[in-house]
Design a protein around this ligand. Structure first.
Ligand SMILES: O=P(O)(O)OC[C@H]1O[C@](O)(CO)[C@@H](O)[C@@H]1O
Length: 522
């Protein structure tokens, strides 16, 4: 079964939304808001520990009902059911998309159960000190070596759940930048370090080269037999991992139906399980599972990821907004934006639709942002008074983790105040000069979560995963492939050859030739 392939611009809802946009675009919506006492209660969704407030958006009841009609016309419900059914909806790679099966506690697949058990057993041995390195000492440092989806998710979660961390030091080596690798290795002791080589394909240049550099560094003072005590792999390509010198027992499998950027729930999360313990890792999976059930079962008007996606489409395709900001008011979430950038932009940065035709409408949004309140002192000026429309997600937690209520009150006051200031502006107030005028009418969503627990964090990430899927369905694109990263990889191979062999004739582009000559002529 294939995903429905409806050109969204040909739907009745799209045409109606275009007309509706003409009526709404000039409206100072904050006035509509102040005249409607019930709006804040109508445009919100409360679910478990989440309070999702989308009332400060340039929408009316009609907007929402037209967007919901759009979801219906592009057959969103059918698409959701297809994804969860395990149909090969990643058509261009001929794969199912089942990261949700990694956390489906109603019926875990036997292979998922086995991997979870293996992860638990292994991470507990590392944490408890039973796993000894070549000199008989316990492990103190764990290094995740991987890039893209084999790095961003684990690093984001390890940072987000730092409060739940144990004594192990967890590091990440992703970039091929040798300085970074050397910098990190200089601080590590081979006797007490475990390296987790994470690569779904086990063919990614950065990861394989870095892994070899690390292995050589390790072998400077050890023998090949010691590798088994210090290197494990996470991969769907067990043979390649074994070729690298890692024994089959030390390879944690990854199913083919899990895409790299959705893989933190799989054995790719081994570094997370080491950092915060398996129970917390499992709690995170459980939170994601709860979000999956919400996504699958809630009517669209009460469905957080669906509403998030529809609002995003509203701004992207009708207001012409190109980007959206994400601002978490928790320093623990400082790696959320890089994670979302891969998840969202690698998924929805597409310009060919599911029928193989070029699209003539905007698709993937640019995601950017940083943590509040720091961001207020950086780019918020542009959000408030710039010329661009940038819908923003504000994420906050009602309860602090360390009991510092005074700080948390200030933090939350700032979050709420920013959404209000963006929305209200200074419309009804007198300002001394035009320079001090705030237009307002700047949209935002607020995701207020009770507490940053592993479970809630798992839910949050899964909600964003579902949001991007819904967007892809509406835009009629394939969200789960990433052919756009391939060309650069191929060109880099030739370029490297030209550099290594000092052979400029291999290059065609005159600018690249000049640049390469600067390196080889040193
Ligand atoms: O896990 P792998 O196979 O090393 O791939 C790493 C990353 O590279 C990409 O394929 C993009 O280059 C991502 O989709 C993926 O997360």
């Amino acid at each position: 079964m294939s995903l429905p392939a409806v050109n969204p611009t040909k739907t009745e809802a799209w045409k109606a939304l275009e007309n509706h946009y003409q009526n709404i675009k000039e409206h100072q919506m904050q006035q509509v808001f102040s005249e409607d006492g019930k709006r804040a209660n109508r445009f919100k969704i409360e679910w478990q520990d989440f309070y999702f407030d989308f009332s400060k958006n340039r929408i009316t009841d009609e907007t929402i009902s037209l967007l919901l009609k759009l979801a219906e016309e592009v057959k969103l419900k059918e698409a959701i059911d297809l994804q969860f059914s395990g149909a090969k909806i990643n058509k261009t790679e001929d794969r199912a998309v089942l990261h949700t099966a990694l956390r489906n506690f109603d019926s875990l697949k036997p292979e998922v159960k086995d991997t979870l058990q293996k992860m638990q057993y292994f991470s507990e041995k590392i944490i408890g000190g039973a796993h000894k390195g070549f000199s008989g000492k316990s492990i103190t440092d764990v290094v995740n070596v991987g890039i893209g989806g084999s790095h961003l998710g684990p690093e984001m979660v390890t940072e987000a759940l730092k409060c739940y961390k144990n004594h192990l030091n967890v590091h990440f080596i992703a970039n091929i930048d040798g300085d970074e690798v050397a910098e990190k290795l200089n601080r590590l002791n081979p006797e007490t370090t475990l390296f987790i080589i994470v690569s779904k394909s086990f063919t990614t240049q950065e990861t394989l080269v870095n892994a070899s550099v690390i292995r050589n560094w390790f072998l400077e003072n050890t023998s090949k037999d010691d590798i088994q005590k210090h290197f494990v792999a996470v991969s769907a390509n067990v043979d390649k991992a074994m070729d690298f010198g890692i024994s089959a027992d030390n390879v944690f499998p990854m199913p083919d139906w899990v895409g790299g950027r959705f893989s933190l729930w799989s054995a790719v999360g081994l570094s997370i399980s080491c950092a915060v313990g398996f129970k917390n890792f499992e709690a995170m999976l459980f939170g994601a599972f709860e979000a999956d059930k919400h996504f699958k079962s809630q009517p669209f008007k009460k469905n957080i990821p669906v509403i998030m996606a529809l609002l995003s489409v509203w701004y992207n395709n009708f207001f012409g907004a190109e980007s959206e900001a994400v601002v978490p008011y928790s320093h623990y979430l400082h790696k959320l934006v890089p994670y979302l950038q891969q998840a969202v932009m690698e998924s929805n940065g597409k310009s060919v639709d599911r029928n193989g035709e070029n699209v003539n409408y905007q698709t993937g949004t640019i995601v950017w942002g940083s943590v509040g309140t720091n961001a207020q002192h950086a780019f918020f000026q542009l959000l408030h008074q710039g010329t661009k429309l940038i819908p923003t997600d504000f994420i906050g937690f009602s309860e602090p983790l360390h009991g510092n209520l005074e700080n948390n009150n200030i933090l939350m006051a700032n979050l709420f105040a920013q959404t209000e200031a963006l929305w209200e502006g200074t419309q009804l107030k007198t300002v001394e000069s035009t320079f001090k005028h705030f237009e307002g009418n700047k949209p935002s969503n607020t995701i207020l979560i009770k507490k940053l627990t592993p479970k809630n964090f798992g839910s949050l990430i899964a909600l964003y995963e579902h949001k991007l899927f819904v967007q892809g369905i509406i835009w009629n694109i394939f969200s789960y492939d990433q052919w756009g990263v391939e060309l650069g990889k191929t060109v880099a191979k030739t370029t490297l050859k030209a550099i290594e062999n000092q052979q400029l004739s291999l290059l065609e582009n005159a600018s690249t030739k000049n640049l390469v000559s600067k390196i080889v002529e040193k």
